[in-house]
Ligand binder design. Structure first.
Ligand code: B1M
Length: 210
């Protein structure tokens, strides 16, 4: 049986090898992927963030923990993706310009795929122009924007404005999320909804594309 506290510790200590090994063991024990994410992996990243804020950790530690988290998450992603069902809708997703945080966005993308959405992931640091081009090309029902930095939140407004300027805003719904984002902010920039986590993002995506 995997000792799941080791998964928390491995992510906190940026130990990629142990994070991957414990995740593999936990999956073969039959532990649910979402339990690993919500009980061990996300809390470890929150603690990393707390240590960074009080200057116990610095950027190299953020990078190592991010790498360990991604390694573990990559094993879980195929299990979050369902099979067979007809597409529930089309989604374009990305982290906005200037922002390199993609772990939460990747989780939202996997959960949307798991819920049957066809997802086009543009990656991180995505300019408003690239969102507009992707909307023209892929004709999604929904555009999903992620931001983890207070300073990149205004880039979400830039995407909404760019969609308006391109005459595309009426054709898509816009869902925003990420730790500093709020529903008030979503209203203020003219987005359709705000989701606080990946599960809620799926609920809203379903609602917005009905
Ligand atoms: Co940075 N970073 N980081 N970082 N980093 C934070 C975000 C920070 C809160 C840490 C802190 O100070 N406590 C802080 C931001 C403060 C602020 O502006 N409010 C911060 C900072 C300051 C920085 C730098 C500026 C540091 C520096 O260079 N001095 C720099 C900026 C680089 C840039 O982007 N231009 C930086 C860099 C990095 C790394 C690259 C080293 C690395 C990211 C690696 C990667 O993503 N590939 C990193 C990391 C790992 C973090 C923390 C520790 C963890 C983020 C994470 O992956 N969490 C983070 C502290 C924290 O969040 N506690 C921190 C796990 C993930 C599952 O959660 O992404 O929140 P999260 O996603 C959640 C929800 O937010 C939501 O669903 C997910 C869970 O279900 N969600 C959505 C996210 N997107 C959504 C979209 C939706 C709906 C829900 O709909 C569309």
């Amino acid at each position: 049986m995997a000792d799941l506290k080791q998964l928390y510790d491995a992510i906190l200590n940026g130990d990629h090898k142990t994070a991957v090994a414990v995740t593999k063991q936990a999956l073969s024990d039959g532990t649910a992927p979402m339990e690993l994410i919500t009980k061990y992996m996300s809390p470890a990243m929150d603690e990393v963030g707390r240590r960074f804020e009080c200057e116990e950790y610095f950027v190299p530690e953020l990078l190592l923990s991010g790498r360990a988290m991604k390694g573990a998450l990559e094993l879980l992603q195929p299990l979050l993706v369902a099979s067979g069902a007809a597409p529930a809708g089309r989604v374009v997703i990305g982290t906005v310009k200037g922002d390199l945080h993609d772990i939460g966005k990747n989780l939202v993308a996997s959960m949307l795929e798991g819920a049957g959405f066809e997802v086009r992931d543009l990656g991180a640091d995505v300019s408003p122009e690239r969102f507009v081009t992707a909307v023209r090309e892929h004709k999604p029902d929904l555009v999903c924007l992620s931001a983890l930095l207070t300073v990149t939140m205004p880039a979400m407004r830039d995407v909404v404005d760019a969609l308006k300027a391109a005459g595309l805003r009426d054709r898509v719904r816009v869902l925003v999320g990420g730790a500093p984002v709020t529903s008030e902010f979503a209203n203020e920039i003219g987005a359709d909804a705000y989701a606080e986590n990946a599960g809620v993002a799926v609920t809203f995506a379903r609602r917005l594309t009905r």
